[in-house]
Design a binder for this molecule. Structure first.
Ligand code: HEC
Length: 167
């Protein structure tokens, strides 16, 4: 019993180390990296946390724009964080982690049925967030507002097609 637990935990730790070391190709590692308690691939929670952080950073940008006196350095930092997190999105979707597998996720099976479209949706977001970093450095509030809206459109475009509607 105790021995079983020890083995299991070190196996999870080892696969996490592999994941950290290669930083991609999550497919096989994710299957091994199963949260012991829930039986759910750990990658699902990781991608949800990534999206949460993206959402928080976007909220911070909107807050700055609505403040009347935007701190452009803060906007640029938030946009940079969003761009870095956007680039990780494709690694967070190993096969077998859709809502159809019974997991607590809003990832629709269409992500894997139309991988090129999903990749494009992610790339559009990466590009729009990179552009927001550039525009933030200009210190032009109207232009930043426009680009933030543009980037928000790439969130919505992906959600409309690839994320389960839950409300
Ligand atoms: C390439 C597709 C794609 C893009 C672009 C995208 N999302 Fe998502 N988002 C998803 C998917 C798929 C999920 C569901 C993930 C899951 O439940 O496993 C999700 C989930 C979320 C969640 C819920 C996370 C949770 O706790 O379950 C938030 C918040 C979110 N996205 C915000 C955003 C914001 C804000 C943007 C843009 C700034 C954005 N997303 C861009 C596909 C995308």
């Amino acid at each position: 019993m105790t021995r079983f637990h020890t083995v299991r935990i070190s196996a999870v730790a080892a696969s996490l180390a592999v994941l950290a070391a290669c930083g991609g190709n999550a497919e096989t590692e994710a299957e091994e990296t199963v949260a012991a308690a829930s039986g759910e691939p750990a990658v699902i929670e990781e991608r949800q946390e990534n999206y949460e952080a993206i959402g928080d950073a976007f909220k911070a940008i909107r807050g700055q724009l609505e403040s009347g006196e935007p701190d452009f350095a803060a906007i640029e930092a938030s946009a940079t964080e969003i761009n870095e997190r956007a680039q990780r999105i494709p690694d967070y979707f190993p096969a077998g982690t859709s809502v159809d597998e019974g997991y607590d996720t809003e990832a629709l099976a269409v992500i894997w049925e139309e991988p090129a479209e999903f990749e494009t949706a992610a790339q559009n977001f990466i590009d729009a967030s990179a552009q927001l970093v550039t525009v933030a450095a200009s210190g032009d509030a109207a232009a930043v507002g426009e680009q933030a809206k543009e980037m928000g459109g790439t969130c919505k475009a992906c959600h409309d097609k690839f994320r389960l509607e839950t409300d």
